[in-house]
Design a protein around this ligand. Sequence first.
Ligand SMILES: O=C(O)[C@@H](CO)OP(=O)(O)O
Ligand SMILES: [Mn+2]
Ligand SMILES: [Mn+2]
Length: 696
Amino acid sequence: MGSSGGGGGGGLTWKLADHPKLPKGKTVAVVVLDGWGEASPNPYNCIHVADTPTMDSLKNKGVPDRWRLVRAHGTAVGLPSDDDMGNSEVGHNALGAGRIFAQGAKLVDLALASGKIYEGEGFKYIKECFENGTLHLIGLLSDGGVHSRLDQLQLLLKGASEHGAKRIRVHILTDGRDVLDGTSVEFVETLENDLSKLREKGVDAKIASGGGRMYVTMDRYENDWGVVKRGWDAQVLGEAPYKFRNALEAVKKLREEANANDQYLPPFVIVDENGLAVGPILDGDAVVTFNFRADRMVMPAKAFEYEDFDKFDRVRFPKIHYAGMLQYDGELKLPSHYLVSPPEIERTSGEYLVHNGVQTFACTETVKFGHVTFFWNGNRSGYFNEEMEEYVEIPSDSGIPFNVQPKMKALEIAEKARDAILGGKFHQVRVNLPNGDMVGHTGDIEATIVACKAADDAVKMILDAIEQVGGIYVVSADHGNAEDMVKKNKKGEPLLDKNGNVQILTSHTLQPVSIMYSSCFLANHREIKDKGKSQNTCFDSWKWINYIVGQSPSSCGCLQLANRELLLGLLLGSSFSGLVILIENNLAALGLLDNACHTASHKRFKIMWLVIRPTINIIRSDCVNLVLGFVSQQFYGFASLHVPIAIGGPGLLPGVRFRKDVPDGGLANVAATVMNLHGFEAASDYEPTLIEVSDN
Ligand SMILES: O=C(O)[C@@H](CO)OP(=O)(O)O
Ligand SMILES: [Mn+2]
Ligand SMILES: [Mn+2]
């Protein structure tokens, strides 16, 4: 590779070697679709169900040279195991830094396992309060592994008490976003059980307050300080609209409210028999925020740490010893005390580009703003060089769940990116499109479908601008979410709750993400559009057929020739289970097929059907939707998966294609790829590029 940057220690040079073949000076758009994994088509795959012609075209025209999958979860992005789903922090860290770092989750695991956590400066600092004060632990009660983990809290409780904490108060934040909604009840039961064991050992340990993570404490990027204030009032002042004698009762009761869910539970405090809060934070106490992930802890950390603070009226600012599980912001050195050192993510691609004369523009809306800046730059806030960079934040809607406005600010983000591309000043234009993720987390399938379409429209606008300037695009994602909205069993079948409804999955997934590129898709896309909507629907439907008959369009022909009676026979046959696709222009067949399906369903076989009618004047989009609607009630999903990456654009050399020798590439490989597209070799210790340039 022969580049010069990096090398750790002394002798660091920022100068990157020129790429031997790729030119400099092209405008490169880097588009990250948040929560956009690749999975098999099924009705709970909102990306599939949504009308996403731009992303579909990237795939259809790009495979395999300019579209491929990369890993976005587990060890490929520095998480403890391959059972860990991806998330924005690790995803954007990897995308921006080009290397895999042991991430917070893993570093905390190691520090707890070795006991080193108790020897560090941070623990010693909070320990100073153990004699006369209370230890408060504040964080997300979950085993999602995105922000925190219950087993780490359990170990910390045990370790702190063994190291002298005599009075402990836990302030819980319920999840329902990285784990199933309703699991707060089990987590509280487990924690209560642990605390009662501590009490048996003479430690005065209790849950003191709580609330849902999206409504209490865990805001990010200054979207809504009211969220942090609600937490402060409950945790520090011991004040909340709801008071309960114990947390189990609190969570169960609050969940009974109409539309209640774990993410948005209102704040509550636990009170004693006299109605007094059992654990407000007082002078002389120690406070630890036990989340390892940074973004949603920066705001509460400021409230606990900063003497000068004007974001809300704290009423009382107790003199405490405060430590984070990690240091959450490397630039602000916030908080100044922490139990475990964060990964040292330095020499990120953004910093290299700035040193090599590439002007950068980064933009998204508030709820993801730090993703393309702070996380991208290795958890540091601020610019590397203000003259070379511009970061634009579009204010997010606040105070509403995102299913209410599923289009979010996708259009505005795309417009800003378009203007930056057409303006000619910037050579890297980087955006995050939040829709698939933020709306996916609400568990609202209909809204998530709208969200995916909005993100697709935004990609189209950005790619059109790239086409105009003869630039290059890289489209990828940080992890999955919207492509899988239902909890499934090992066979890939949706799990039902006790009322027979499918269990909605609000979390991220283990899916890989894609990266894609192409210079020709735009023309093709227009061609399809010009022929009208019905043709478009037909085109979209081919995805289903391709999937079923083994991804090969030629085998579709076989199905098309298949005799209808034969298919119905199969359907009613005792051993058949699966999906039938009928290419049919005879409406009478619909009723027949429907009947057959019902008969067969009584035999417990999972059968569904999809009718594709090939003639334009018979296809009506409402008709096809009706069929799909039927399918969604009957369908049992498929397992398997990844996130896509596509590269392309008119500025790309024709010989550029994805390498075949990095088959298991992860998100960290994208940084070197992007550096190459800017005309540079990547730093030598970066994960290898995904592309190669052939001479033909
Ligand atoms: O909202 C968040 O905090 C996480 C999920 O817990 O999502 P993302 O990693 O996409 O930011
Ligand atoms: Mn994300
Ligand atoms: Mn998310």
